[in-house]
Design a protein around this ligand. Structure first.
Ligand code: DX5
Ligand code: ZN
Length: 218
């Protein structure tokens, strides 16, 4: 299981240090929540933050979650800025197959992000072309929201679909992940866990990250 702290909840006044600290505290991937105040009612940051962190010396995987529309220009910009993984929302892309190919042509792992209200069939025809599915367990736009429990059943159904099709697509879950919600997502089949407030709101990042890892063993 991989832990991906969302920098949306980090202290942006010292972002480089925050990312260094969570990685030193045991995080695996850095989750970038990119919002355009169009696809979601919030505005965050652009590709320059990604290149700045690469220049700062961050070598870990940077998992860019695009909550923007249109997506293609941001796919290119974040790939050029050092993204390792890029996910986007199918309903935000003008041409799903073309956007998936663009991420792959730029050398990044490609994921599709599904809002709680978006059914699994939206990605059925392209599931074999992608590396991971980002299951949103909150409605996108903000950190610190409550985990939507119905998501657990959706993760189980997605896992079954992946098994039935004999694919090796990873399941990433995003939103409201903390010590009391992570185990249900893990047991349902999720392998990558985005956590923003559960990690960055804690004083001790090592403790909050190990608490997430320990919680799945209970
Ligand atoms: C919401 C973002 C999530 C969010 C997670 O639109 O995609 O990544 O920042 O934050 P928490 O873990 O606090 O719910
Ligand atoms: Zn996210």
């Amino acid at each position: 299981m991989l832990i991906a702290p969302s920098i949306l909840s980090a202290d942006f006044a010292k972002l480089g240090q925050e990312v260094d600290d969570v990685l030193a505290a045991g995080a695996d991937i850095v989750h970038f929540d990119v919002m355009d105040n169009h696809y979601v009612p919030n505005l965050t940051f652009g590709p320059m933050i990604c290149s700045a962190l690469r220049k700062h010396g961050v070598s870990a995987n940077i998992d860019v979650h695009l909550m923007v529309t249109p997506v293609d220009s941001m796919i290119e910009a974040f790939a050029d800025a050092g993204a390792s993984m890029i996910s986007f929302h199918p309903d935000a892309s003008i041409h799903l197959d073309r956007s998936i190919s663009l991420v792959k042509d730029k050398g990044c792992k490609v994921g599709l992000a599904l809002n709680p209200g978006t059914p699994l069939y939206v990605i059925e025809e392209v599931l074999h072309k992608i590396d991971y599915v980002l299951i949103m367990s909150v409605n996108p736009g903000f950190g610190g929201q409550t985990f939507i429990r119905e998501t657990v059943d959706k993760i189980k159904r997605l896992k079954q679909l992946i098994v039935d099709k004999r694919l090796s697509v990873a399941i990433e879950v995003d939103g409201g992940i903390n010590e009391s919600t992570i185990k249900s997502a893990y047991d349902a089949g999720a392998e990558i866990f985005v956590a923003g407030s559960a990690i960055f709101n804690a004083k001790d990042y090592k403790q909050s990250i190990s608490a997430l890892r320990d919680a799945i063993k209970k």
